[in-house]
Design a protein around this ligand. Structure first.
Ligand code: 5GP
Length: 209
């Protein structure tokens, strides 16, 4: 229809060292904003007791994952903590086309791949924990993984945190409400970015004719 401004969807990536609160932040954003949907990744890691197939992840065998990777079904894929993770391509491409935004909880390797392939659609945010002690506390209280896994993740957190310069925005998660407000502000601003808008010229023409 002439005179109507439409928009291509955007890809909002939240990355952080585990324990920075990114999963809770994602849930809050999804609950408060009807215009964004979560990208559900595929993984070869074992399902945790509270997780649901096709809701948290598509759980795959290494063979299934490899087949999908070879077939080009993933927008990006990477090895994280000894398991493979990948973003199914089709739902994302379709969402962006119809103007829906997609939220990604992926690591820095995946973000780099999306940046190479789809820079104009990508908005990336790096979430940091407020302190070393708080990060350790959060990783311990989560208690979904064994002590060995927690120790491994803590050791990796420093390495993961070093990737902050590769992101568009950095948020320190001191309190969830404050962090969510920042993510929402970024999302709103990015939705109005001129390069994402379709039909502005036609709309402006209707204003002045
Ligand atoms: P978890 O196993 O705790 O759910 O996730 C471990 C890590 O894998 C997190 O840092 C998460 O962001 C990352 N991850 C989850 N899905 C994907 C994905 O599809 N691609 C990439 N590159 N990383 C992912």
């Amino acid at each position: 229809m002439s005179g109507e401004i439409k928009r291509r969807g955007l890809m909002l990536v939240l990355s952080s060292p585990s324990g920075a609160g990114k999963t809770t932040l994602s849930r809050m954003l999804l609950a408060s904003d009807g215009g964004i949907t979560m990208s559900i990744s595929a993984t070869t890691r074992a399902k945790r007791p509270n997780e649901v197939e096709a809701q948290d992840y598509f759980f795959m065998t290494p063979q299934q994952f490899e087949c999908s990777a070879v077939a080009g079904d993933f927008l990006e894929h990477a090895m994280v903590f000894e398991h493979r993770y990948g973003t199914p391509k089709t739902p994302v491409v379709e969402a962006l086309r119809v103007g829906r935004d997609v939220l990604f909880d992926i690591d820095w390797q995946g973000t780099q791949q999306l940046k190479e392939k789809m820079r104009d659609d990508l908005v990336s945010i790096f979430v940091l924990p407020p302190s070393h002690d708080e990060l350790e506390r959060r990783l311990k209280t989560r208690a979904q993984d064994s002590a060995e896994v927690v120790a491994k993740r803590m050791a990796k957190a420093a390495d993961e945190s070093s990737h902050w310069p590769e992101y568009d925005y950095v948020i320190v998660n001191r309190d969830l409400r404050g962090a969510e407000a920042k993510v929402r502000a970024i999302l709103e601003a990015e939705r109005a970015r001129r390069t994402r808008l379709i039909g502005v010229g036609e709309f402006v023409a209707t204003l002045t004719k």
